[in-house]
Design a protein. Structure first.
Length: 567
């Protein structure tokens, strides 16, 4: 199957948003008198000299969610040219670049030519992965390459060397005296690692896994919470890839028997992306996991998290209070930190001193004093919190309450005129109260300090391109109970969602606002059952019910909901 990912937006809107054309130029190109029969907008703009060829091709790449680059002959393995007939390459203007593990990367100037892409897949016997380039680049490639003889191939990513600054390590360090360093700096390895980073960041992946096995080396990345295989490089490249990543993270490349942790920053186009790296020795070799923290994807506000208007207003009221503690509960990977960052952005203003204690600091927030906790270095959460309380804070954010000492300090701070936001690992909102009690916090202190608990999970959103109407079977209805009225959908899978049926994620939430009556109940050291009955009486919407509402609106599927919420 060709690697078309489906369309996103209209070509004219993309050109306009990037400043490559103006409205008058778009209007002129759309006039019936200016267009030739059957001519597409991009071709009309080019014929009338209203837009540059490169800008039109880059807009097409954005529209079809494909990489764009200026391909030159040095990015092409001449041996793969033989995978496609010469006449077909010339006529279809699809130029093979290189092949990695059964995937052929090819350059095109027209990603809409589906017939040519399907034919290239059939003729080469490979999965075809597209890169969009300018018409001039295709013309130059055809002139330069089609008459050349075969040459040697070095793995050419179409990122690192295309423009020297497209993907580059910021503050890269290393020890030039180590032979492994030379291996890690070899051009093919650098290019392959850059390609892995480029693809993963472009696909909005949260993690990259480099996993050795006895007979295969897998590179997978996690998108929307699900691991997907990216490629299988030759197993002989494992040591070089790991060494290259260690050089980037300033780790000891000669140490392969102990776990190591590091971080580095890369610059992709105009934005910086932070990457955390963790190595783990296994019987097959070192496994590497990279956590991608893309600030470009952190333009998150409370209003676009999917919380719902009524509860969103209640959260606004809670975070604008001058004191008390607000907890965000849920398992690892449920989006708690994102919610807290969105809340801090909401209340961040010059008149407030906002401080955070995190391990690690995932994103830098402007105007916020962020402290990296380091237990080994003597600055754990309790020590950092005590120090911050002497820094005249108005708002404190605690990355995670994981022990009694941290919980005690956070509660005491909330009772002495500070607003404290924190995360806690519990299954639902009500369980956060009993968790604090089990940590040794006096119930009357919890009742006095706690203002609210937001519990959350992340569910995958159905792909709007291929979702199918669905009538839930009776067995599922009996399992869940009452289903809200609405139109339900199920996933199907298409090119736009890479066959998964899902694209993106959204949160499901339950918000417990601590009323006076509920606070009195907490102060009397109640059971978990007592707390749940009281929460239901004051109208708590559970995680399941919020998820059912989103499923009835066609946002997610019932199967996806039941994957993350127990019934």
């Amino acid at each position: 199957m060709p690697a078309l990912l489906g369309m996103t937006g209209k070509l004219g809107d993309i050109l306009l948003s990037h400043g490559w054309v103006d409205r008058d130029e778009l209007r002129r190109a759309s006039l019936p008198d200016e267009k030739l029969p059957g001519e597409r907008l991009g071709d009309t703009l080019l014929r009338l000299n209203l837009a540059s060829d490169e800008n039109v091709r880059e807009a097409l790449a954005i529209q079809y969610r494909l990489p764009f680059l200026r391909v030159t002959r040095r990015h092409v393995d001449r041996e793969v040219l033989n995978l496609l007939p010469r006449e077909f390459v010339v006529s279809s203007r699809i130029v093979p670049m290189f092949r990695v593990a059964g995937t052929l990367t090819a350059a095109v100037d027209d990603p809409t030519n589906l017939w040519a892409i399907d034919e290239a897949t059939r003729l080469s016997g490979c999965e075809v992965q597209l890169v969009v380039t300018s018409a001039a680049s295709i013309h130059s490639l055809l002139e330069d390459l089609m008459d050349d003889g075969p040459g040697s191939f070095e793995i050419d990513d179409f990122v690192g060397d295309v423009e020297e600054g497209d993907v580059q390590v910021i503050e890269e360090k290393g020890d030039d005296s180590v032979n492994l360093q030379e291996l890690a700096d070899m051009s093919p390895v650098v290019r392959l690692v850059n390609f892995i980073l480029f693809r993963s960041i472009g696909d909005r992946a949260s993690d990259i896994h480099v996993e050795p096995d006895d007979h295969v080396l897998r590179v997978r990345h996690r998108i929307d919470g699900e691991l997907r295989e990216l490629m299988r490089p030759p197993t002989g490249m494992h040591a070089a890839i790991v060494s290259r990543l260690k050089v980037m993270a300033d780790l000891d490349i000669s140490e392969r028997r102990k776990p190591q942790d590091g971080r580095f920053r890369v610059r992709l186009e105009t934005r910086a992306v932070d990457v955390r790296m963790s190595t783990l020795p296994t019987v097959q070799g070192e496994k590497v996991v990279l956590r991608i923290m893309d600030r470009g994807n952190m333009r998150i506000t409370l209003s676009n998290l999917g919380i719902g208007h009524q509860r969103l207003q209640a959260i606004h009221d809670l975070i604008h209070r001058p004191d008390g503690i607000i907890l965000v509960a849920g398992p690892t990977g449920s989006g708690k930190t994102t919610t807290l960052y969105a809340a801090l952005e909401e209340i961040n203003e010059p008149g407030k001193n906002i401080c955070t204690v995190e391990n690690p600091v995932e994103y830098n927030l402007r105007g916020v004093n962020q402290v990296q906790a380091n237990q080994k270095g003597g600055l754990g959460f309790p020590e950092a919190l005590r120090s911050l309380l002497r820094q005249d804070p108005d708002v404190l954010m605690v990355g995670e309450i994981r022990d009694a000492e941290t919980a005690t300090i956070a509660v005491q701070a909330s009772l002495t005129g500070h607003l404290v936001l924190a995360t806690l690992h519990t299954n639902d909102a009500v369980s956060a109260v009993t968790r604090l009690i089990n940590m040794g916090i006096e119930p009357y202190l919890i009742g006095a300090a706690l203002r609210g608990v937001l519990s959350q999970r992340l569910v995958r959103c159905l792909c709007p391109t291929c979702r199918e109407p669905y009538n839930p079977p009776q067995a599922l209805r009996r399992r869940i109970g009452s289903l809200p009225d609405g139109q339900y959908y199920q996933p199907r899978g298409c090119d736009a969602c890479k066959g998964t049926g899902y694209s993106g994620r959204i949160g499901i939430y339950e918000l417990l606002v601590v009323s006076d009556d509920f606070a009195d109940l907490v102060s009397r050291n109640p059971t978990l059952g007592d707390l749940r009955r009281a929460a239901q009486q004051q109208g708590l919407m559970s995680l399941l019910n919020d998820g059912l509402r989103k499923a009835s609106e066609g946002i997610t599927s019932l199967d996806e909901l039941l994957r993350v919420v127990s019934v």
